[in-house]
Write a protein that binds this ligand. Structure first.
Ligand code: SF4
Length: 491
């Protein structure tokens, strides 16, 4: 009989076939991508920080994951010696094994603690905690209480990190209530794995809930890359159409209810049709007052705050780009990029940014953004942080206008945009030669993670990084200028 780890059990709860592939078709599994690796790395870092809240524990982390016996033996020995805290406490029973982040003896109680990087307990946390409890109980160490230790999103960093960064949520009741469910599913999954034949299972909502699946490229190969599942804000429509054997957007019948944007998608594919509502576009952009300030922030949003006065996952601006377009067509560029070292050396990079904003913005003219709520929120947060500059920052907020509704509202649509109104989808449709492809940094996520790494490094991680970040952010606001100028020309 096969043996299941906690993650394999979770895999099987999501989808039998996924678990079966984990054992019999590992060749199909895609290599871990950068984003997934970043999630693993974050989990590891948070795990280490959590250990500092329960310090001086014995570490049972296996040296060789193909042989858990030494870790299981050490765990049992330390438990019998009443060691206060054990990290990666390892247990095995009933063809399953698991490693618990922290096993802690609190007076007379034994606490099982699983550490998560989320800011709340998610449904799928109950699945893996319940399995862990099951294994521990059957290994003879039923904990008295089971906790999820997650990030406290109300924590405000002031100097050194403290234990307040974490919240301990007691889920013992839910874990106990799930024990029969765990036993039944474990039995079912282990039996399923005895059959060396691929389970017959259709694709469904389970393919992305609660996690994306490494085998989607295999199971979904009959579905086109751009399909009914890519209808803009399609919700259940994709599955509804799929059940009627309609996979391509262009095959959606005329009597199927679609939103305006979804109709544009279908017409775009069927007839290569571009859509322009000149009156609506004019209503949006013709009232904007020159000079126009095309403005964009780049931010980091670290799980573990890096700047005093910020909270976990808070969006913290570190850079902006500003293109100023005069009525006569003259274009100038301004920019700001913080020094990574200023996030930890007592300087205040946000104050430096505000001082630069004061120099770069004149007192009249609209501020053009792409998704205004993001820039407005950052400006308001800066105003809260620096009351002495609040009047200035709120005066900027009042001048903000937005290019996004032109595309999100479906007033301008190109088939090349597919199901997206993002600037990265719109720009190539309008100016195919003006791309991000010749840039080292091509998206905001990379800019954010590279700057975050630089803060942790104490300086830019690469000698060209400063220049590459500046080029990327500049491209974003220049793209907005190009899109704006295109719209002016067509209305
Ligand atoms: S893609 Fe869907 S059906 Fe295929 S293994 Fe993954 S979850 Fe299961």
């Amino acid at each position: 009989m096969k043996t299941l780890s906690k993650s394999k059990f979770v895999s099987g709860i999501q989808c039998d076939k996924k678990l079966w592939f984990d054992f019999y078709r590992k060749d199909l599994k895609l290599p871990t991508d950068d984003q997934t690796q970043a999630v693993f790395d974050l989990g590891h870092r948070i795990g280490i920080l959590a250990q500092e809240i329960f310090p001086n524990g014995k570490d049972a982390t296996p040296e060789d994951y193909s042989n858990l016996k030494p870790s299981i033996g050490s765990t049992q020995k330390w438990i019998s010696e009443k060691v206060e805290t054990i990290y990666e406490a390892t247990f095995s029973a009933k063809n399953t094994f698991c490693m618990l982040d922290i096993l802690h003896r609190n007076d007379d109680e034994v606490w099982a603690i699983e550490v998560k990087s989320s800011t709340s307990v998610k449904d799928y946390h109950f699945t893996d905690a319940s399995l862990q409890y099951f294994v521990m109980k059957n290994a003879g160490v039923a904990p008295d209480r089971f906790f999820i230790m997650h990030i406290n999103n109300q924590y405000l960093k002031q100097g050194e990190l403290t234990s307040e960064l974490f919240t301990l949520t007691d889920i013992t009741v839910q874990v106990l209530a799930n024990q029969d469910w765990v036993a039944e599913n474990l039995d079912r999954l282990l039996k399923m794995l005895e059959i060396e034949q691929e389970p017959v299972l259709e694709i469904g909502g389970h393919c992305s809930d609660p996690f994306g699946c490494d085998y989607a490229h295999h199971c979904w190969k009959h579905v086109p890359a751009y399909s009914v599942f890519n209808l803009y804000r399609g919700g259940k429509k994709g599955w509804n159409l799929y059940e009627q054997s309609i996979l391509k957007i262009e095959d959606i019948p005329d009597n199927f209810a679609l939103t305006h944007f979804q109709n544009l998608q279908r017409n775009g594919l069927k007839n290569d049709e571009t859509y322009l509502d000149k009156i609506a576009i004019k209503n949006i952009i013709s009232r904007w007052e020159f000079p126009l300030y095309f403005f964009d922030f780049e931010t980091i949003f670290p799980a573990i705050p890096v700047l005093n006065g910020t909270r976990p996952y808070q969006q913290v601006p570190f850079q902006y780009s500003l293109h100023i377009l005069e009525e006569d067509g003259k274009l100038t560029h301004k920019e700001f990029l913080a020094n990574p070292e200023d996030f930890s050396n007592g300087e205040n990079p946000l104050k430096q940014m505000v001082e630069q904003l004061k120099k770069d913005f004149g007192d009249k003219g609209n501020i053009v953004t792409y998704n205004q709520s993001f820039e407005i929120l950052r400006l308001k947060e800066l105003a809260q942080r620096f009351p002495e500059d609040a009047d200035f920052l709120y005066s900027l907020v009042e001048r903000v206008v937005d290019l996004l509704p032109v595309f999100q509202g479906g007033y301008c649509y190109f088939p090349a945009m597919k199901n997206s109104a993002s600037i990265k989808a719109v720009l190539p449709a309008i100016a195919p030669d003006f791309t991000y492809e010749n840039l080292e940094i091509q998206d905001g996520g990379s800019a954010s993670s590279l700057f975050h790494q630089s803060i942790e490094n104490g300086n830019f991680t690469d000698e060209n990084l400063r220049e590459n970040l500046l080029k990327y952010c500049e491209r974003d606001t220049l793209a907005m200028v190009i899109i704006y100028q295109f719209l002016v020309k067509v209305i």
